[in-house]
Design a protein around this ligand. Structure first.
Ligand code: ADP
Ligand code: MG
Length: 252
């Protein structure tokens, strides 16, 4: 198990009487795309929030490279290389695509003594930002004001901003939300380009995307992981078929 990067052990999160995370043990390996799927309300976002440090678990542990990080807050985890892209849009609309990524590079470098406008000039911020955009196939959109990007491109930009700090593991909560089939297809290609370069925990309700991208899949039902395996194993898993895939309830 040497290649386990981010993991939970016996994770529990209670909201009053509701058990949103129920003894969850999850292992995200280096370089893999690990999809977390399950019906609405299964506890996927709650699990992501505990991995990012946004939410403290009721019980259990979060480990990064074997080190207990349960008590580390979000900025400390970001420093270790755990990045999340938010479902809510965090892009500055009046800034160009490149400006936004350059600001994220600046934020990750932690140079709080710099003025924000340096992100519009400073090559030490703009060069890495340009590299991220080019690596993601967004290089040609660098000079476009963010508000002029399509919805799908804005979601890609959010991921580019999360990648600006060169994280070891990227947490994505429904990156295809609100996208049509064409934009979803482009996002799949975009995520494929990231594959192998870093670990990704992908929460997504688009099953075509999940099965196209994931190396392994964990299925959550009522906060509990009922199965983990390769896409083939998950497809063939009887408990999963009963709880999830075989029904009309094909939502994340
Ligand atoms: P998913 O992302 O799989 O749709 P969530 O993690 O958002 O599910 O929610 C899991 C369960 O926890 C749901 O029943 C939800 O209503 C509940 N829940 C989530 N966040 C809170 C909160 N801050 N307070 C109370 N209940 C919450
Ligand atoms: Mg959710």
């Amino acid at each position: 198990m040497a290649d386990v990067l981010l993991a939970t052990q016996g994770l529990v999160k209670r909201f009053g009487g509701l058990v949103a995370t129920d003894d969850l043990t999850l292992e995200v390996r280096a370089g893999e795309i690990h999809a977390l799927i399950g019906p609405n309300g299964a506890g996927k976002s709650t699990a992501v929030a505990q991995l990012s440090g946004q939410l403290a678990p009721t019980a259990g542990r979060v480990l990064f490279e074997g080190r207990d990080i349960t008590r580390l807050n979000m900025p400390r985890r970001a420093q270790l290389g755990i990045a999340r892209s938010f479902q809510i849009t965090s892009v500055l609309k009046d800034f160009t695509t490149l400006d936004n990524v350059a600001l994220s590079v600046q934020a990750h470098q932690g140079h709080s003594f710099r003025f924000w406008r340096n992100a519009r000039q400073d090559p030490s911020l703009r060069d890495p930002a340009r590299s991220v955009l080019e690596a993601l196939g967004l290089g040609h959109r660098g000079d476009v004001v963010s508000s002029a990007l399509s919805h799908g491109e804005q979601r890609q930009l959010e991921i580019a901003m999360a990648l600006a700090g060169d994280p070891r593991v990227l947490l994505l909560d429904e990156p295809m939300a609100g996208m049509g089939p064409e934009e979803s297809g482009r996002m799949v290609e975009f995520l494929k380009r990231l594959k192998g370069s870093r670990a990704i925990l992908l929460v997504e309700h688009d099953m075509d995307a999940v099965f196209a991208l994931a190396d392994r899949i964990t299925v959550l039902v009522y906060g509990r992981a009922i199965a983990t395996g390769t896409p083939e194993e998950i497809r063939a898993d009887e408990a999963v078929r009963e709880a999830y895939l075989g029904t009309d309830n094909m939502v994340a």
